[in-house]
Design a protein around this ligand. Sequence first.
Ligand SMILES: *[C@@H]1O[C@H](CO)[C@@H](O)[C@H](O)[C@H]1NC(C)=O
Ligand SMILES: *[C@@H]1O[C@H](CO)[C@@H](O)[C@H](O)[C@H]1NC(C)=O
Ligand SMILES: *[C@@H]1O[C@H](CO)[C@@H](O)[C@H](O)[C@H]1NC(C)=O
Ligand SMILES: *[C@@H]1O[C@H](CO)[C@@H](O)[C@H](O)[C@H]1NC(C)=O
Ligand SMILES: *[C@@H]1O[C@H](CO)[C@@H](O)[C@H](O)[C@H]1NC(C)=O
Ligand SMILES: *[C@@H]1O[C@H](CO)[C@@H](O)[C@H](O)[C@H]1NC(C)=O
Length: 418
Amino acid sequence: MGGARKAFTSPPPNTLQMWTSSRLLPSDTMLRNSFRHAMERKVSIKVASVGFILCFMVVYLSFESFIGTKPNFLQINLRKQKNSTIPANQSATYTYSWPKCERDNSVTNISGFNSLPGHLKDFLYYKHCRHFPMLLDFPDKCGGPEGSADVFLLLVIKSLPGNYDRREVLRNTWAKERLQNGVWIRRLFISGTMDSGYEKKKLNRLLEMEQRKYNDILQWDFYDSFFNLTLKQILFLEWMERNCPHVRFMLNGDDDVFANTDNMILYLKSLWNNNGSNHLFTGDVIYNPRPIRNPKSKYYIPVQVHESNSYPAYCGGGGFLLSGYTASIIYKMSHSIPFLPIDDVYMAMCLEKAGVRPKHHLGIRTAGLHIPDRKADQYDPCFYRDMLLVHRFLSVNMYVMWQSLHEPHINCSHSTKM
Ligand SMILES: *[C@@H]1O[C@H](CO)[C@@H](O)[C@H](O)[C@H]1NC(C)=O
Ligand SMILES: *[C@@H]1O[C@H](CO)[C@@H](O)[C@H](O)[C@H]1NC(C)=O
Ligand SMILES: *[C@@H]1O[C@H](CO)[C@@H](O)[C@H](O)[C@H]1NC(C)=O
Ligand SMILES: *[C@@H]1O[C@H](CO)[C@@H](O)[C@H](O)[C@H]1NC(C)=O
Ligand SMILES: *[C@@H]1O[C@H](CO)[C@@H](O)[C@H](O)[C@H]1NC(C)=O
Ligand SMILES: *[C@@H]1O[C@H](CO)[C@@H](O)[C@H](O)[C@H]1NC(C)=O
């Protein structure tokens, strides 16, 4: 299981060539130009310091290209194992220029509208909006639409702009992009915007800086709230249809789950009749669910939003696995199903319309792992060794767990197996 590290330390030869030719990002060039301009002014004032400045520039540039090496090499390596040249316009950021979606004031006519909580009113006002401009994009994530068949598992992680520490830990643990058991794992965080004013600007800048380093963020210009998660999900599926239509499998989940992606690869490779082109949607299935009608609940759904007193069986949204085929049918079905703000239930509504079902997987525990022995270490790796996904994990535990599971000799003879 050391494939991860190997994939990064020994890149295919062509990767290095690509690195040298596209090492300079536009922003690097700008930075250098402004640096130079500032320097030139100084030179004219203090001619004597020319030597010093030149030395400094040489040191600066070589230092910058040195520290720039690793992230840039990573991002290029992610593109593809193939040696096809990437067209110049393909990696340019693709931004939709959708007209601003206006709020639909006719919803105030819905009976009882005025007594609904604010976030539900807000949901109803903007329920019809399905397109938002992209602020950050990386269309080449899967090596182009054709290349995307080479991506075996695409990790699609919902992450709020402010969750920097979680993203950073995931990049270093289970969401590492790598060749695992001979197949490629790729990573994307999907995000909207948060807050307003300076705070919003700052968080957008944070994502921009992360994007420069890792190229693993898709961001749309909508307010990233709990009741906009369905919107986020569908925006992603639309993006996927355009940029990664042939990806074999996807893990869709939150940024606070522990996902054993090594095990996921083993599981997905063991599906004898599915290479991604058949139906698969598996996770922690909740059977016979009903809408929560208690206005105090986070999940409160009034009859004005969902009339029926039941939901289809659905997979808990913390994390589930699906095939590329199923992702595509969900997207198609979504065109004719009005949004329900509970994203995981909405997925199930799309599946139901397509006539397929979610399947329960015992290794996916979106409600956590219940360890019967209260005195046992709740984070004993032996409990997690055979799991695919467990919600919820904080960053410290995430990092330690991932490392522990990769120690060569875990001794689990002492603990009860789950
Ligand atoms: C990749 O390189 C090999 C050998 O250098 C060549 O035969 C092949 O045609 C190239 N493939 C593409 C897609 O450019
Ligand atoms: C790239 O440019 C060509 C010609 O200008 C155009 O036909 C093609 O659609 C562009 N591709 C993308 C992905 O924008
Ligand atoms: C609300 O309903 C009334 C009657 O059905 C209609 O005349 C009016 O235009 C509606 N208001 C909006 C904003 O759609
Ligand atoms: C969803 O995002 C839109 C666009 O930013 C926003 O107007 C709306 O209030 C958001 N909805 C909720 C329920 O937060
Ligand atoms: C995937 O399996 C289907 C049969 O279920 C087959 O037609 C298709 O060619 C396979 N695709 C790949 C890329 O192996
Ligand atoms: C594993 O641990 C048990 C009890 O702690 C011990 O008896 C056993 O020898 C250990 N096995 C190995 C291979 O270290």
